[in-house]
Design a protein around this ligand. Structure first.
Ligand SMILES: Nc1ncnc2c1ncn2[C@@H]1O[C@H](COP(=O)(O)OP(=O)(O)O)[C@@H](O)[C@H]1O
Ligand SMILES: O=C(COP(=O)(O)O)[C@H](O)[C@H](O)COP(=O)(O)O
Length: 702
C-alpha cells in the first residue's frame, strides 16, 4: 500500500470519522434517507430493483416489462443494478419481516449513502491536503444533498466509479482504472464522456503512453462483459437505450434547413476534447479540470435532469479546494439557483411517515408559474454556470503551473572538454525523464569533417571552425520551437557520418557538445546551462580509457591528440565555464589513486558545484546532508550570486530518488513513471540539474 494511501486512511480513520462535520452530515443523510421518499425512487427505481430481487432473472429488464413494469423505470446498466441490490435486498427483507413496505426504499437509499461515503473517501484520497475543507465542500454539498436525497437520482454510483478510475490512473493502476471506468459506463452510459479525456491524458503524456493499452483493455473488456449479455435483450434495449434522458443531448440544435441540424452539445463537447488534445502535456490536475469542464459543457448545453449536475460536484470540489473564496461563492450561487429551480420544476420527495408531500405542492407551484419564468430561471443557471466554467478554465487550466511550463520543451545545454562526461550526464538525465520524452543533440554530429579528413592536420575538433556551429544552433532552436530537424550522426566507431535522419521535437531537449554554450543566442534560450569542468588528470584518464577501449584509438594517437588540443581547449572550451549557470567539477578525493593505476571505477570522486544566480542551494544543502548523508562545504560569493558546494560521500540511487521527491515534487509529472536514478556523483548531478530546471520553469510562470 502506498505511503499516501496509508496516510489518507489514517486521516480518514482518525480525523474524518470523528469529525463533527462528518458525523452531523451522516446523521442528516441518515435522517433524509429514512424520512424522505423521492418520487422517482418510489415510482421507478425501487419497484424495478425489488422485482429483480423477488423474481431473479438473467434479464431483469425483460422480466420487469413482462410483469407489466413501466419502461421508464430503470434506464441504467447492470453495474447500477448490482450497486442497488445490497441495500434494497436488506430493505426488502426488513420490510417483509416488519410488514413496513417503506423499509425497502430506505434500504435502497442506504445503499446510495454507501456510495456517497465512498465518494467522500475517494475525494479524500485524491486531495488529502485539506480534509476539513473537503468535508464542507463535498459532504455538505447542496447539489449532492439535493440530487441524492431529495430528487432521488442515483448518479452517485457512476460518479464514485469514475472517481475510483481517476484515482487508479493517478496511482498508475491503469488496468484497474479502465475497469472502474468500464463499470461507471455500465452503470450509466453518459460516463463514456470521460473516456476520450482519460485516453488523451494517457496518450499525450509520453511517460504514460504505454499505459493506454492496459487502460483501454480494462475498459473495453469490462464494458463488453457488462453489456454484451443484454444487448440482444429487447427489454434491456427498450429500457436502457434511447431513453428520453439520453436524447436530451440532441435538444440544442442549429437548424440548417432540409431537416438538417447541427447538434450543438456534441459539437461543444468535441471541440473541448480537441482543445485538450492540443495540449502538449497534461498533468493529473489538468486531467481533472478537463473532465470537469467537459461534463460542465454538456450539462449546461443540455436541459439536463438534476442527476447530471451531480457529475460536476467532485470537479467543483477540486476547483474550490485549489482556488480562493470567490470560487466558493460562485459555486454557492450556482448551486442555489440550480436547486431553487429544480425544487419547483423537477420531481422531489414526499415524507411518507408524516403524510406530507411537499414535492407535490412544489410541482403545483411549478405548474402554475409561467414557462417564461422556467426559462428565465434556467438562463440564470446557465449564466452562473458559464461564469463558473470560465473561472475553472482560467484557474484550473490557463493558470495551471504545469500547463504554463509544459507547453514548451525543457531545454538543457551541456558543454565541456572532450571526455568531460557530457554524453554520460546526458544519458543520466534522459534516464530520469524517460528516453521517450527526450531528444539529444550532440555537437559531435556537427563536426565539419569526418575522422579521415586531412583538415584535422591543421585544425583540432575544439576549434569552432571545425564544427558547423550555425547549424547546431539552428537545429537546437528548431527543436526548442517544437520543429523537427534533419541531422546526420557521427559514428565514433567508424569515424564517419551516417546519412541524415529526421529528429522530431520532444518534451526535453538536451544539447551537449564541445561548444554547446558558445553561441549567446542559443545559450540564453537554455533553461539550464551546464559546464563540465573536470579535474584535468581525471579527464585525461577517462578520455584515454574511452578513446582507446571504446573508440579503438591507439594510445599514442590519443595522447598526441590531447597535447595538440590543449591550446584550443584553453581558447575555445574553457571560456564557456564563465557562461554556465551550473558548473560541475568532478575531482578524485585522492589523486594518488589515478597515479597508482587503480581501476577508474574505484577512484573515489567528489563534486564541486558552482551555482550561479540560484535560489535553492540552502534547501539543497539540507537535503543532501539530511537525506543523502553527504558531507558539504558551502561557500558563497559576497553578493550571493554564486554559491560553491563541495560535496563528498557515498549516496545510493534510492536516497537520490527520495531527495528528488522532497526537492522538486512539482517536476514529478515531467519525469518518467520509473525514473532511472543513479547513485554517487552522477545521482547528485541529476539532482542539481533538476533543481536548476525547476527554478527556470518557475521563472517562466512569474
Ligand atoms: N560521472 C562519471 N563517473 C564515472 N565515469 C564517468 C562519469 N562521466 C563520464 N565518465 C566516463 O568518462 C568517459 C567520457 O565520458 P563521456 O560522457 O563520453 O564524455 P564526453 O561526452 O564529454 O566526451 C566515459 O568513458 C565515461 O564512462
Ligand atoms: O573531441 C571529440 C569530441 O567528442 P567527445 O566530446 O565525445 O570526446 C572527439 O574526439 C571527436 O568527436 C572525434 O571523435 P573520434 O575521436 O571518435 O573520431
Amino acid at each position: 500500500m502506498s505511503a499516501d494511501r496509508i496516510g489518507t486512511d489514517k486521516i480518514w480513520a482518525n480525523r474524518i470519522w470523528r469529525d463533527p462535520v462528518f458525523r452531523f452530515g451522516l446523521l442528516l443523510k441518515l435522517a433524509l434517507a429514512v424520512l424522505l421518499a423521492p418520487q422517482i425512487q418510489q415510482q421507478w427505481f425501487v419497484p424495478f430493483v425489488a422485482h429483480a430481487i423477488a423474481h431473479p432473472a438473467l434479464d431483469p429488464w425483460s422480466a420487469f416489462l413482462a410483469a407489466g413494469g413501466d419502461p421508464m423505470a430503470y434506464p441504467y446498466g447492470p453495474a447500477m443494478l448490482i450497486a442497488h441490490l445490497p441495500g434494497t435486498a436488506l430493505g426488502l427483507l426488513a420490510a417483509t419481516l416488519a410488514g413496513v413496505p417503506e423499509l425497502t426504499g430506505i434500504g435502497f437509499r442506504l445503499g446510495l449513502l454507501g456510495f456517497d461515503i465512498a465518494t467522500l473517501y475517494l475525494l479524500l484520497r485524491l486531495w488529502p491536503q485539506r480534509p476539513r475543507m473537503l468535508l464542507w465542500l463535498y459532504w455538505w454539498s447542496p447539489i449532492a444533498l439535493y440530487v441524492t436525497y431529495w430528487n432521488g437520482q442515483t448518479d452517485i454510483v457512476p460518479v464514485a466509479l469514475l472517481l475510483w478510475s481517476l484515482l487508479c490512473l493517478r496511482e498508475y493502476r491503469v488496468r484497474r482504472g479502465g475497469i472502474a471506468l468500464g463499470l461507471a459506463f455500465a452503470a450509466k452510459f453518459s460516463m463514456l464522456l470521460a473516456a476520450p479525456v482519460l485516453a488523451i491524458y494517457l496518450w499525450r503524456n509520453k511517460r504514460l503512453r504505454g499505459l493506454l493499452r492496459p487502460f483501454a483493455q480494462g475498459f473495453a473488456i469490462t464494458a463488453l462483459l457488462s453489456l454484451a449479455p443484454w444487448l440482444a435483450s429487447p427489454g434491456f434495449v427498450r429500457m436502457v437505450f434511447g431513453t428520453p434522458e439520453s436524447l436530451r443531448l440532441f435538444d440544442l440544435a442549429l437548424p440548417l434547413g432540409h431537416d438538417l441540424r447541427v447538434y450543438l452539445t456534441p459539437l461543444l463537447y468535441l471541440l473541448a476534447v480537441y482543445g485538450l488534445w492540443r495540449l502538449r502535456r497534461i498533468s493529473f490536475e489538468l486531467l481533472v479540470a478537463a473532465t470537469g469542464l467537459a461534463f460542465f459543457l454538456v450539462v449546461l448545453a443540455t436541459p439536463a435532469p438534476p442527476g447530471w449536475y451531480l457529475w460536476l460536484v467532485p470537479f467543483l470540489v477540486a476547483h474550490q479546494l485549489h482556488s480562493d473564496r470567490g470560487a466558493r461563492v460562485l459555486t454557492g450561487v450556482f448551486s442555489a439557483l440550480l436547486i431553487a429551480m429544480h425544487l419547483v420544476y423537477s420531481s422531489g420527495a414526499s415524507l411518507p411517515w408524516t403524510g406530507l408531500d411537499p414535492a407535490a405542492r412544489l410541482a403545483e407551484l411549478g405548474g402554475a408559474l409561467s414557462p417564461h419564468l422556467h426559462s428565465l430561471a434556467y438562463t440564470l443557471i446557465v449564466a452562473a454556470g458559464l461564469v463558473l466554467l470560465v473561472q475553472m478554465l482560467r484557474e484550473r487550466v490557463a493558470r495551471n503551473d504545469y500547463y504554463r511550463i509544459a507547453q514548451k520543451p525543457v531545454t538543457l545545454g551541456i558543454a565541456g572538454d572532450s571526455g568531460s562526461g557530457k554524453d554520460t550526464l546526458s544519458r543520466a538525465l534522459a534516464g530520469i525523464f524517460g528516453e521517450h520524452s527526450v531528444v539529444h543533440v550532440s555537437g559531435d554530429d556537427y563536426h565539419v569533417w569526418d575522422r579521415y579528413a586531412p583538415m584535422w592536420k591543421g585544425l583540432t575538433h575544439l576549434n569552432p571552425r571545425a564544427n558547423d556551429l550555425q547549424r547546431f544552433n539552428n537545429d537546437v532552436l528548431a527543436l526548442m520551437d517544437g520543429k523537427p530537424i534533419l541531422c546526420r550522426h557521427y559514428d565514433h566507431g567508424a569515424g564517419r557520418f551516417t546519412a541524415p535522419t529526421r529528429i522530431d521535437k520532444n518534451d526535453v531537449v538536451i544539447a551537449s557538445g564541445l561548444h554547446a554554450l558558445h553561441m549567446r543566442g542559443l545559450r540564453e534560450r537554455f533553461d539550464v546551462s551546464v559546464f563540465l569542468d573536470l579535474d584535468e588528470r581525471l579527464r585525461r584518464a577517462w578520455k584515454i580509457e574511452r578513446d582507446v577501449h571504446q573508440r579503438g584509438h591507439p594510445l599514442a594517437t590519443v595522447l598526441a591528440s590531447i597535447e595538440k588540443r590543449m591550446a584550443d581547449s584553453r581558447l575555445h572550451i574553457h571560456p564557456q565555464r564563465g557562461l554556465a549557470r551550473l558548473v560541475l567539477r568532478l575531482e578524485p578525493v585522492n589523486a594518488r589513486q589515478l597515479e597508482t593505476g587503480d581501476a577508474l571505477e574505484h577512484v573515489r570522486l567528489k563534486l564541486v558545484a558552482l551555482i550561479r544566480n540560484g535560489t535553492s542551494h540552502e534547501r539543497l544543502a539540507r537535503i543532501l546532508i539530511g537525506i543523502c548523508g553527504l558531507h558539504l562545504d558551502v561557500q558563497s560569493s559576497e553578493d550571493g550570486s554564486e554559491v560553491e558546494m563541495s560535496i563528498e560521500g557515498e549516496v545510493d540511487a534510492d536516497d537520490i530518488a527520495m531527495a528528488a521527491h522532497t526537492l522538486v515534487p512539482g517536476l514529478e509529472e515531467m519525469l518518467d513513471i520509473r525514473p532511472q536514478w543513479e547513485g554517487g556523483m552522477s545521482g547528485i548531478m541529476q539532482l542539481l540539474v533538476l533543481i536548476q530546471i525547476e527554478e527556470s520553469l518557475k521563472s517562466r510562470i512569474r
